[in-house]
Structures are given as structure tokens and as C-alpha cells.
Design a binder for this molecule. Structure first.
Ligand code: ADP
Ligand code: TRP
Length: 319
């Protein structure tokens, strides 16, 4: 079975991205044939500065590799390095109804806020369908926000197959486990848009500072507290084993501790949790040519597959 997912290079990855998605992608590389790509064509709908897009794309690749994505096991590539996808996107566009796209949430949201929405944003789900269908993907691991887009993809694949014969593999969404909804420094969902993130490869000092500034309530030290529902506790839980987690929960229930003490523990744990990845990241940073090579190799493999699928599709529809 082939799994495929795309990651937008919209900035440095934060803890939410790692525990909510990237960690699962990396785990899947051992289970299935995995294709992962940096969705720079999609990012073009929001990042308008050439150098930023270019740098983010390379950095996203470095981050994924440093975090354990193994190019021997998974195929890692950049979306725009497979131009077949763009042609496929056009072909799919010709069978996409306008109403279907008008109901997609990314576009709907922008429109309802009166923000300018271009055709890139409007047709975003069609390009995403092409991404998936181009590699005969069976499973698409995504967060809940992307499920609607996978539905569009499935519908387009079925509509094409119905009209022209079985040309596409109809994929299925594989929802990433919900358990790891990572809270941000203010207790809300960690997200770039809320300015409450802690980045995976943040400078250690800056990371520690952000941890020490995590918002907490002002209950006195003596008071026992429920660990469940406490975002500082939830953040700690991401980094420690079951035993440490239990003893921290006990500490909460007993009371008589300061949040500062817990924050210090969180900072220490986070620092050592990512220490090896940080080292690997520095090594890649010093040798960007290695990363470029990995991406080129990934693109070659991905293109081979996409070419075969596009041939099949062109043949089916008379191009
Ligand atoms: P952001 O909200 O910061 O813009 P993205 O929407 O780019 O993050 O998320 C990329 C991936 O990371 C998605 O698969 C999403 O489900 C996951 N993710 C983002 N934030 C969190 C979070 N706080 N908890 C769990 N998963 C998250
Ligand atoms: N839209 C996805 C996101 O923002 C990224 C993406 C692009 C993607 N193409 C894809 C995900 C294909 C899965 C499959 O997270």
C-alpha cells in the first residue's frame, strides 16, 4: 500500500506539527511505501516572496530529514519537481464542478471574511487531488481539516473512472490520531495563526524562554490541581514516558508545587527530546547539497510513477 501526504512549507515546524503530524508520517515509513512532498505549489497561494518560499522549502526538507524521515525508506520530494501533477490538475479541472469547490472551507472562509481569493486558492483542492492521484496513492494520512479535500479527490477519481474507464486508484483518508492535539503557550490549539507556537528547531535559549512564559492560572502552590485539562501538563506528557507522566500527575494532585518547577522540567525534557534531531539538523544545514541531492533523487522516483499514471490518463481521455 502506498501512503502519501503533502506538507506546506509555510514556516518552521512547531510542536503541534511534529506531534500532530510529522511524527506519524515518519512512523508510517516503516509500515508502508511512503511518499511525502513539500507542497510549494500550494504554498504559492500564500507566500509571495521568492526567497522566503525557496528557503522555507529547503528548510522543511531539512527539518523532516533531521526528525527521522529516512530517504532510503520514504520518497521525499518537492511538489513542483513533478510537473506531471500540474497537467493532471488541469485534466481534473475539466471534470470539477464549480459548486463543489465553492463549498470547500478554505475558500469559503476567505470569501466570508471578504479577503481576496484568487483562482489558486479556489482550485487548491483540485491540485491536491492531482497530488494524490498522480502516484496511485492508497492512503492519505491527514489532519481533520483536510478530510474534505480528500473527499473531493475521491469524487473526482470516481467521476473520471466512470466516464473514461478505470484510470485512477481511489484513495482513502487516514485520519491522524486525534490524541495529540497540542496546546499552545496560551492553552489554545498551537497554531501559527494564533502566535502561540514553540518551534521544534528554535534556538534552545529562545525555546526555554517561551516555555517559561507559558500561561498558567494563579492558584496557590498548596492547592491540589487536576492534571487532566491542564495545558502545561499536556505539553509535558508529550515528552516523557508513562512513569514520569504518572509521577507528575501525582504531584499535581498533591499540590504544593510551583508551575515554574514544571516549566523547567518541560524545558529540560523538550531540549533533550530534540537534541539528536538538532544535531542532525545542524549537520544538514552545513551540507545543503546533501538535501538537494535527496530531493532530486526523490523527484526522479516520484516522476517515474507520475509519468506512468499520466500516460494512462492521457490515453483514457484521448490526449
Ligand atoms: P498551523 O495551524 O500552525 O498553520 P498547519 O495547518 O500548517 O499548522 O498544520 C500542518 C499539520 O500539523 C496538519 O496536519 C495539522 O493537523 C498538524 N497540526 C498543526 N497544529 C497542530 C496541533 N496544535 N495539534 C496537533 N496537530 C497539529
Ligand atoms: N493541503 C495540505 C495541508 O495544508 C497539504 C497538501 C497538499 C496535501 N497536497 C496534498 C496533503 C496531498 C495530503 C495530500 O496540510
Amino acid at each position: 500500500m502506498r501512503v502519501l501526504s503533502g506538507i506546506q512549507p509555510t514556516g518552521r515546524f512547531h510542536w503541534g506539527n511534529y506531534f500532530g503530524a510529522i511524527r506519524q508520517y515518519i512512523a508510517l515509513q516503516n509500515e508502508d511505501e511512503a511518499y511525502y512532498f513539500i507542497a510549494n505549489l500550494h504554498a504559492l497561494t500564500t507566500i509571495r516572496e521568492r526567497d522566503v518560499l525557496r528557503r522555507n522549502t529547503l528548510e522543511a526538507a531539512m527539518d523532516l530529514l533531521a526528525l527521522g524521515l529516512d530517504p532510503q525508506k520514504a520518497t521525499l520530494f518537492v511538489q513542483s519537481d513533478v510537473p506531471e501533477v500540474s497537467e493532471l490538475s488541469w485534466i481534473l479541472m475539466t471534470i470539477t464542478s464549480r459548486g463543489r469547490l465553492e463549498r470547500c472551507h478554505a475558500f469559503k472562509e476567505k470569501k466570508s471574511k471578504g479577503l481576496p481569493a484568487d483562482m489558486g486558492l479556489f482550485t487548491y483542492p483540485v491540485l491536491m487531488a492531482a497530488d494524490i492521484l498522480a502516484y496511485d496513492s492508497n492512503w492519505v494520512p491527514v489532519g481533520e481539516d483536510q478530510v474534505q479535500h480528500i473527499e473531493v479527490c475521491r469524487d473526482l477519481a470516481k467521476a473520471f473512472n466512470h466516464r473514461y474507464g478505470e484510470a485512477f486508484v481511489v484513495p482513502e483518508a487516514r485520519l491522524l490520531p486525534h490524541a495529540a492535539r497540542v496546546p499552545g503557550t496560551d492553552g489554545e490549539k498551537m497554531s501559527k495563526s494564533y502566535n502561540n507556537t514553540i518551534e521544534v528547531f528554535e534556538d534552545v535559549k529562545a525555546m526555554r524562554k517561551k516555555v517559561m512564559r507559558i500561561e498558567t492560572d494563579s492558584r496557590p502552590m498548596e492547592e491540589p490541581k487536576a492534571p487532566e485539562g491542564d495545558h502545561l501538563f499536556q505539553l509535558c506528557s508529550l515528552f516523557v514516558d508513562a512513569e514520569k507522566r504518572e509521577s507528575l500527575a501525582d504531584l499535581y494532585r498533591r499540590g504544593g508545587f510551583g508551575y515554574g518547577q514544571v516549566k523547567k522540567m518541560l524545558a529540560d525534557e523538550a531540549e533533550s527530546f530534540f537534541a539528536a534531531a538538532r544535531e542532525k539538523r545542524a549537520e544538514l544545514e552545513a551540507h545543503p547539497e546533501r538535501v538537494t541531492e535527496i530531493l532530486a533523487d526523490g523527484a526522479t522516483r516520484a516522476r517515474r510513477k507520475a509519468r506512468a499514471v499520466l500516460d494512462r490518463v492521457q490515453e483514457a481521455c484521448g490526449l
